[in-house]
Unconditional design. Structure first.
Length: 131
């Protein structure tokens, strides 16, 4: 029994010493550096360059193309508004009221028909492959 206690104590102590020595060696190897002269100097052509000029914000930039005149702008806006009103008139027409009854009838029938198909009670008029 004494031998087992001795083996446990001495082998555990040796294991801790080996782990400690490994940590110290890794720390020394990781912290060693060959460059002790300080920061690395930058290349002369890197970084911002002084061109000797400063942008004058009071001078308007050159335009890429001729700008629209006030009359052309108003004509384009009037054309866009007319097109928008024409689209609105098409969607608000009297045909929507006539289709409302057909849509309500379809909504009333669609639910039960879909449930029949889902539950396996298929309708041959909806699914020709149904038997």
């Amino acid at each position: 029994m004494t031998i087992n206690i001795g083996e446990t104590v001495f082998f555990a102590a040796a294991r801790f010493c080996r782990i400690g020595a490994a940590i110290v060696l890794v720390g020394i190897a990781g912290c060693s550096s060959t460059n002790t002269s300080g920061p690395v100097p930058m290349a002369e052509n890197a970084g911002p360059k002084d061109t000797g000029t400063f942008p004058n914000l009071n001078i308007p930039p050159k335009v890429a193309n001729k700008q629209l005149t006030e009359a052309e702008t108003n004509a384009k806006l009037a054309e866009l508004k007319a097109d928008g009103n024409a689209q609105g008139a098409k969607s608000r027409g009297g045909t929507a009221v006539a289709n409302q009854a057909a849509l309500a009838e379809l909504a009333a029938k669609h639910g039960p028909q879909a449930l029949k198909q889902i539950e396996g009670k298929c309708d041959p008029t909806l699914d020709p492959t149904c038997k």
